[in-house]
Design a protein around this ligand. Sequence first.
Ligand code: FES
Ligand code: MG
Length: 590
Amino acid sequence: MTRQPVRSFRSRDWFADPARSDMTALYLERFMNYGLTADELRSGKPIIGIAQTGSDLSPCNRIHLDLAKRVREGIIAAGGVPMEFPTVPIFENCRRPTAALDRNLSYLALTETLYGYPIDAVVLTTGCDKTTPAGIMAACTVDIPAIVLSGGPMLDGWHEGELVGSGTVIWRSRRKLAAGEIDEEEFLRRATDSAPSAGHCNTMGTASTMNSVAEALGLSLPGCAMIPAPYRERGQMAFLTGKRIVDMAYEDLRPSRILTRESFVNAIRTVTAIGGSSNAQPHLIAMARHAGIELSTADFATEGYDLPLLADVQPAGRFLGERFHRAGGVPAVLTELAAAGKLHGECLTVTGQTIAENIAGRTARDREVIRPYDKPLKEQAGFLVMTGNLFDAAIMKTSVISPAFRERYLSQPGREGVFEARAIVFDGSDDYHHRINDPSLNIDEDCILVIRGAGPIGWPGSAEVVNMQPPDHLIQRGIMALPTLGDGRQSGTSDSPSILNASPESAAGGGLAWLRTGDMIRVDLNKGTCDALVDDAEIARRRTEPGPEVPPSHTPWEELYREKTGQLGEGGVLEFALKYRGVAAVTPRH
Ligand code: FES
Ligand code: MG
């Protein structure tokens, strides 16, 4: 007897609709021109999409061009028909003015593909930062069975006997360059050595964070996130993922059955424990909102702040992805959270089992890299959520606050966690680069560097620019970091304890628009406040003046993006799109 799906496969409506045999012939004929047979497509097997994010333009995900072969073999072995198709390329480092424009674009395009073609279930190939949230957001809107396959990080990078990690080595070498300790050639050698193989960033940047998040959400097979791209286990994971998605198609195991408020809380806690990227804030909120689950910036404070840092991985720690994987990876971190009562173990996952069942017996194998919950690297290591007269919400990633920064700014006797600093305000990153070394600004260690015009509307897209480094003369004196603040984002690989993702942004009428160089800013980490010490009458007066100029849109998508996208504090999503959920329940008309 042939296996029966819980719910009839939607592809039947294309390939086996007895009422429209004319259309069926049309739908079938062109798939056969590369060797598929009509029988295969009409046999009642599920059609499994492979959303291919790898390309020459997306080198972080390029491993998926090879892995897809194993995914296909898994799909066929389990009785499905694979159909691979491309997605909009997303490459964090190279896309100008920012890859942030691509998350929502890729989301839109993938949603249309999954809805409009005869696809019953999908493998989301992920890697580079935004490829993970884009895929999950689309899977939530369409709501067909979906499974995440990470391409995996690169191998650990080594340079002259030292670990050099993606991105993090760039920020650190940039400071060394400014201090005159290295030259440009050495800079490039370090960068090259940090990228020794196929794969995405080997630090706990946004890519590894988001793949870990997918695993914590229950959307990938256990252990999937951190297997390095070149490891043999990666190909095996691809095969198993392909096999499993066929069963999920039969079981009708859709994102709406897996994702819950509790699974997102698990993800927030995982981000703290791994020292994950500050970009997890907008991406998690975006995925939750597309899944119809309430999640806000405040949840990062209530659910995530008070947890410890367990993974000793750059930029918050020392090691890189390959060693973290060998230490046990995400399942070992989840095991620590579970043992401390900080994991909702009952959450369902793509395996059809709970997350607690998935991680049974997967304890850490290297305690130098993954600490026990009660002997962490840092206590209270989550994102601080801040508010004040300059913005409604911003976050600060506390796990990257260095001892030197803590000593200088947060350890004044009697007022620990509080500092005041003179604002130096930059309008976008060009302005910063032109003026940061301008002696007339008199930048000293009592300044806070502020950047505005870097949010979703201002940039447009929201740029990773808030981790501004101090002027060269301070770096040469050994001052490697000043406080920074901005309405943009920063790379997940950065070790800067910036106050960032400020919402609303300056271009949307946020308080940063009226801030001026020379204003004093008071930051209180105990209260979670950040205020310009400017009186209300003066603020009101400044608000009547025109704000900073917003550059024009240069492409149709930039214009549309600006019109439809909300603020980072709400996930930076296409707000109108949220009302579309579970759209695959209605098969498109012929
Ligand atoms: Fe693509 Fe980091 S730049 S993963
Ligand atoms: Mg990034």
